[in-house]
Design a protein around this ligand. Structure first.
Ligand SMILES: [Zn+2]
Length: 239
């Protein structure tokens, strides 16, 4: 499957996924319809499915317009309010794009009903606002224990799995990581790399499970209590 980043708002990535064999196209978390429809049209793709990871408007704001314009079917977490939802997704359910199968796991923390879509064979996961490169989502609805467990589930995937998160937050996350672990060589090296990438306007996501296990302080936290301390520090950190 081919995966294309469609930038939107200040720092969102809306992920467009195309399966050549079936001609199907899905979009993950379309906060805005226009850039997604434009990109799909440019490529000659018709969006057949919308997959939402959670209810926040910057992830679902384009649902209805895409559903109307393209006839796309909307799938999203069963326990959240999702505009235009046709299919309820719960732990253990599947989404399909042609022959590509994604399984649904529930990863509460950022919101209570947040889900991630795991394509094991493709070594691809769409993680929404749960895990970011070198960081994680804010705890708007869930507890530190829930979020810590959610991150552990995502980083238990195969190390080469590419993690498609929904925001370009890596530079700010890397600065916090270097502040939280000042003598850590892998974090310092990644911070330097991310600074160069961002100076050139390059994207720093997707990331990978292996990279996050090595350089994400929230993933590396030994327990939920340490995770909670880091998350509180990050909430007040100004880079
Ligand atoms: Zn969110």
């Amino acid at each position: 499957m081919e995966i294309v980043a469609v930038p939107a708002f200040a720092d969102n990535y809306l992920w467009l996924i195309h399966d050549e064999a079936s001609g199907e196209t899905a979009v993950v978390d379309p906060g805005d319809a226009a850039p997604v429809l434009t990109e799909a049209q440019k490529r000659g793709w018709t969006i057949t499915q919308v997959w939402n990871t959670h209810w926040h408007p910057d992830h679902t704001g384009g649902n209805l317009a895409i559903r109307e314009a393209a006839g796309a079917k909307v799938s999203g977490p069963a326990t959240e309010t999702i505009p235009g939802r046709d299919v309820d997704l719960r732990e253990g359910d599947e989404v399909r794009l042609g022959n590509h199968v994604g399984r649904v796991i529930e990863v509460p923390g950022h919101t209570l009903g947040h889900i991630a879509l795991i394509f094991d064979e493709d070594r691809v996961a769409f993680v929404g606002d749960t895990l970011f490169a070198m960081g994680c989502g804010r705890l708007f609805e869930g507890t530190p224990e829930q979020m810590y467990r959610s991150l552990q589930r995502l980083t238990a995937l195969a190390p080469e799995t590419r993690l498609y998160c929904a925001h370009e937050y890596t530079l700010s996350n890397a600065r916090f990581a270097a502040h939280a672990a000042p003598h850590d060589a892998p974090i310092a090296a990644r911070l330097a790399e991310v600074e160069q990438q961002r100076a050139k306007g390059e994207r720093t996501v997707p990331t990978s499970v292996a990279q996050e296990l090595a350089t994400n302080p929230f993933v590396r936290a030994p327990d939920a209590a340490e995770f909670a301390r880091l998350r509180r520090d990050k909430d007040s950190f100004r880079s």
